[in-house]
Design a protein around this ligand. Sequence first.
Ligand code: NCD
Length: 307
Amino acid sequence: MENVRSLIDILELSVEEIDELVDLGAKIMASPAAYAHKCDGKILATLFFEPSTRTRLSFESAMLSLGGQVLGFSEAASSSAAKGESVADTIRTVSCYSDIIAMRHPKEGAPLVASMNSEVPVINAGDGGHNHPTQTLTDLLTIHKEKGRFDNLTLGFCGDLKFGRTVHSLISAMSRYQGTRIVLISPEELKLPSYVKKEVLQKNNIEYVQTTDLEAVMPELDILYMTRVQRERFFNEEDYLRLKDSYILTPDKLRTAKEDLRILHPLPRVNEISVAVDKDPRACYFQQVRCGRYIRMALILKLLELA
Ligand code: NCD
């Protein structure tokens, strides 16, 4: 709809806007009380047609922390989607009840369709194996806090690069910075889709390598982005079982890593990072969770034009 700004793909935000959001997220994190009434009287709707812990609750926590209120559903079965209602009709309805909508859906493109039928901003909270821009904002705030910069970083992405939507969005975002190097670590069957390689990495002349060997590339990495093998996106259980334990990060495998490596993971973790790694000062995934709340506060303020 005209005059309403949604966020469906991370590249809809310019590099300058990302800097502003990251700055604002850090400011809110430092003094949250100053923002406690910015959204008084506003309502966020969370429409989750797929499971979630962090994304949905961090959106709700973000709106409540801004003084607003929240409504929504956390599974398709409890909405009229179960009766056969279209995404377009659901959104037309919910945009009568709310000021901003965060939506997660198993179908790629569903949040885009939603944004075309909404009177209020729609935020893509994950669409199938495609994109997840607000996880990327979370990752960027974490990287900025830990490294102080976005340029000249070597990022290793490990695990399910085929279905991992957080990987696709973060690679898109990082492809705009000078000196980005990408190391893709996955089994053959779970390699980064060729459309991401062509349209993002090759188009932007990003230096990248593909490997199956995590330990061989460990010493090069500034950021190690671990991911879960996405069971729900496999066509058969047999393939999932064969691939699920491809990479398990243990303290031993970190022996050759840089002192200032930072380990990120969007979570949930299944077993791809051993809990023994949690004590390593380079493990950052729970700080990342905290960043998710504050960057979503910044995003809500921006899209509602209250920042
Ligand atoms: C991720 C997702 O939903 O894509 N989780 C999240 O939003 N923090 C990653 C995953 O489910 O593995």
